[in-house]
Ligand binder design. Structure first.
Ligand SMILES: *Cc1c(COP(=O)(O)O)cnc(C)c1O
Length: 359
């Protein structure tokens, strides 16, 4: 029996994809070996990689002058790789602070350059996005970095900042592929896999051609975006199994009807959950409604004394990993693409019942 897993990451994967993995695990397409045992330079894996890239390009309508890199590092490594590759001799970069993950990027960016925090919602306790009128952008910045979905704080941008000619760099880890995005508005998009792409062990970069230059002196060779593009993401052995599963997820999304359907379902699922939380006098949420994430939904009991009881009872109904991040306490429901609408219905039923019983 499959539980409903609300983990923020590594997160739930489509059951259909896991079944396909199971079926093809011992004997991939009659080769008598698993994908994990194929040479990464052989024709079979080359085809897997090319197909994954082709499907990703189709889903996101990635223009030809953008390159895709399959990186082995998690999303965090890009906080170093971005300044190393994109500063290009400049000493300043703009960062937008909107929560935990964008702050982690800022801390790391400070190793390499003068970080200008062009906007921050710290004073608002990360409960609302800083409106664009408040952003103090530096025209001499090498790039502008932001995180478009704050996985822990539960904030999501449903707008794209217009930063002029300065390249816009975005961490889309936790809502990648949940809606279509105009890729040409960005200099670079990156996302870790274990939220909405596939198993852990991979991150994706979509980067505009003209930003691929020789990185800062001393950059480790694996962290050189340009070299990775030239080597077709194979400067060394790539995470072949993870790439294969990510490719199966892309195909699954295509079969569901593409990003339009993911978008519609994200809307439907998040509305269902927020409506239930808002209606109740027993649970509370903290994020300003206009800035709420459709993927990661933190909430609290008015009385935290029942927190452990809540988690125990949820678990007994196969509603798993609802514990909030250690930074924020309470609960968090992550409802990525692979969470079926039925899973959110089951959660909503449980929330209402728990309230009736203890409220
Ligand atoms: C999870 C997450 C990260 C960190 O990802 P790792 O793969 O653990 O490095 C970074 N940014 C966002 C928005 C995330 O959700």
């Amino acid at each position: 029996m499959r539980a409903y897993n609300f983990s923020a990451g590594p997160a739930t994967l489509p059951t259909e994809v896991l079944t396909q993995v199971q079926e093809e695990l011992l004997d991939w397409r009659g080769k008598g070996v698993s994908v994990m045992e194929l040479s990464h330079r052989g024709p079979e894996f080359m085809e897997i990689l090319a197909t994954a890239e082709r499907d990703l390009r189709a889903l996101l309508a990635i223009p030809d002058h953008y390159r895709v890199i399959f990186c082995q590092e998690g999303a965090s490594a890009h906080w170093d790789m971005i300044p190393l590759n994109l500063l290009q001799g400049r000493s300043r970069a703009d960062y937008i602070e909107t929560g935990y993950w964008s702050y982690r990027a800022i801390e790391e960016g400070r190793r390499y350059c003068q970080v200008n925090i062009a906007a921050s919602n710290r004073r608002d306790k990360f409960c609302a996005l800083p409106s664009f009128e408040e952003w103090r952008l530096d025209p001499g910045a090498a790039y502008v970095h932001y995180c478009s979905n704050e996985t822990i704080d539960g904030l999501e941008f449903n707008w794209i900042p217009d930063v002029g000619k300065v390249p816009l760099v975005v961490d889309m880890s936790s809502h990648f592929l949940s809606r279509s995005v105009p890729v040409e508005r960005f200099g670079m998009i990156y996302a870790g896999a274990q939220k909405n792409i596939g198993p852990a062990g991979l991150s994706l970069v979509i980067i505009r051609d003209d930003l691929l230059r020789t990185p800062a002196p001393g950059t480790p060779f694996l962290m050189d975006y340009h070299a990775q593009v030239l080597a077709n993401s194979m400067l060394n052995t790539p995470p072949t199994f993870t790439i294969w599963v990510a490719g199966l997820v892309f195909q699954w999304i295509k079969r569901q009807g593409g990003l339009e359907v993911m978008d519609r379902q994200a809307q439907q699922k998040s509305e269902l959950l927020y409506t239930t939380l808002d209606r109740s006098g027993f649970y509370r949420t903290t994020v300003k409604p206009a800035d709420r994430s459709r993927m990661n939904i933190p909430f609290h009991l008015l009385d935290p004394v029942l927190d452990e009881v809540f988690l125990r009872e949820a678990e007994s109904r196969h509603l798993l990993q609802l514990r909030g991040h250690r930074m924020s306490g309470g609960f968090r429901a992550s409802i990525y693409n692979a969470m079926p609408v039925a899973g959110v219905h089951a959660l909503v039923d449980f929330l209402e019942e728990f309230e009736r019983h203890y409220g």
